[in-house]
Design a protein around this ligand. Structure first.
Ligand code: GDP
Length: 366
């Protein structure tokens, strides 16, 4: 599961990417923070893990992780081969969701590729390139589906779906703005449309704009995002850069001094995890406290399979206590005494923050 960071040059992408991987390294001690210069594995901030670590004092704590890719090189005309052109677009095709950094900060020392700070124009520049690329994909698919229709009538459904998407793209809108049925989504799934991917806008503001709840630039991004079915997170990349170099208490002190509850990057990482349709269940014991990543809607045996395929195969039941119940009671024994540890079967759909012990059989097949 990968998230691509995109944006025009000089909007703060690389600074944000470096801060994210830096912060991840600080809090997670994760050994593979940067896989390649532009790919980073990042720990998903989760205060539940901190609290469980205090309770269990385990030998190690392992957070959930996600992967960010810094996709540089988008300029006007990329869909027609300008700049890194198609290479850039194929990098986007490979990610599961997109974080688009939008410059809202004024700084005459930092050149803007289009000469002035105008978040809406920048968003439109980028999104139009993605729309153009999708139009090409849709046209190719339409040609193919029309040919196939002669032999098989079932292709009419694909043609209708593609035409609907084409119309939306021609109106300058992303494919994600359409309300498609599950069948329609299925039929165009393997087209990997760029504008179908979930997107999160990051409004990169100056320190002064950060506490201003009514900044015109940020408001314009919010307005755009609403009709693009997307969320907006406001942050100051410069401050995040500083925060990412601090740990624990120093970071908390700086956040307090700035009047912030949480770092913007932590918000971006959490929102990206959510955007990917992911959530965590937790295991807690003396050897390890750990967050495991699953897709929302996953059933207990498949969640067990994340730990080991044998546990999925031999699944009997899952003993589950919710994080809130465990914290309120103070220990697993106390939670058990109150009857708060449930026994769940194969059809149980895992909930975010479930603390789990799987019971399983191991079968030996000769
Ligand atoms: P990229 O081309 O989008 O990857 O942009 P960079 O992250 O390389 O940033 C370009 C320049 O803008 C660097 O000199 C950054 O220090 C600067 N920059 C990034 N974010 C901010 C910000 O919030 N405020 C100010 N004043 N400068 C910033």
């Amino acid at each position: 599961m990968k998230i691509g960071i995109v944006g025009l040059p000089n909007v703060g992408k690389s600074t944000m990417f470096n801060s994210i991987t830096n912060a991840g390294a600080e809090c997670a001690n994760y050994p593979f923070c940067t896989i390649e210069p532009n790919v980073g594995v990042v720990a998903v901030p989760d205060e539940r893990l901190e609290k469980l670590t205090e309770m269990y004092k385990p030998q190690k704590t392992t957070p959930a992780v996600i992967e960010f890719v810094d996709i540089a090189g988008l300029v006007k005309g990329a869909s027609k081969g300008e700049g890194l052109g198609n290479k850039f677009l194929s990098h986007i095709r490979e990610v599961d969701s997109i974080v688009e950094v939008v410059r809202c900060f004024e700084d005459t020392n930092i050149v803007h590729v289009d000469g002035s700070v105008d978040p809406l124009r920048d968003i439109e520049t980028i999104n139009l390139e993605l729309i153009f690329a999708d139009m090409e994909t849709v046209d190719k698919r339409l040609d193919r589906a029309r040919k196939n229709l002669k032999a098989d009538k079932k292709y009419q459904f694909e043609i209708d779906t593609l035409e609907k998407i084409k119309k939306t793209l021609e109106d300058g809108k992303s494919a994600r703005t359409l309300d498609l049925s599950d069948e329609e989504k299925e039929v165009i799934k393997d087209a990997f449309l760029l504008t179908m991917k979930p997107i999160l806008y990051v409004a990169n503001v100056s320190e002064d704009q950060l506490l201003d709840e009514n900044d015109a630039n940020v408001n314009s991004v919010k307005e755009y995002a609403k009709q693009d079915k997307a969320e907006v997170i406001k942050l100051c990349v410069k401050i995040e850069e500083e925060l990412s170099s601090l740990d624990g208490n120093d970071k908390k002190e700086m956040l307090e001094a700035l009047g912030l509850e949480e770092s913007g990057l932590d918000k971006v990482i959490k929102a990206s995890y959510d955007l990917l349709g992911l959530m965590s269940f937790l295991t807690a014991g003396e050897p390890e406290v750990r967050a495991w990543t699953i897709k929302k809607g996953t059933k207990a045996p498949q969640a067990a399979g994340k730990i080991h395929s044998d546990i999925e195969r031999g699944f009997i039941r899952a003993e589950i206590v919710s994080y809130d119940d465990l914290m309120r009671e103070g220990s697993m024994t106390a939670a058990k005494e109150k009857g708060l540890v449930r026994s769940e079967g194969k059809e149980y759909i895992m909930q975010d923050g479930d603390i789990v012990l799987f019971k399983f059989n191991v079968y030996y097949i000769c």
